[in-house]
Design a protein. Sequence first.
Length: 129
Amino acid sequence: MEENGYSNNGYSNNGSLKISEEVISTIAGLAAKEIKGVSGLMPCENPDFRGLFRNRKSAAKSIRIEVNEGEASIDVYVSLYLGVKIQEVSNEIQLRVKDAVQTMTGITVTKVNVHVTGITINRSVPDED
């Protein structure tokens, strides 16, 4: 693995492919935020030291990626709306994040851990359009 990214040097005969962890985090964050019941992404509870010294967008602070030998483990930190079924929303986050990352990057996602770290109580769940 390259520093701060996943490297797939055998991707094509024309060269190599390097996908940064920030890109993977953005893909995972967008997939999670699209799910009904998710009010937003939340900061990781214990950010690593690399995240303290960078100017990163919220998805990178709310998503942890660990890539080993071409397989990724993803941790997603979210806040949900009051009244949603936490297990159902969490299952949907796992499915959609895994599908989005695998489809867009070709990286095998072995697991998606969902951390519900907040509940939004001042608004109801928005209706789907």
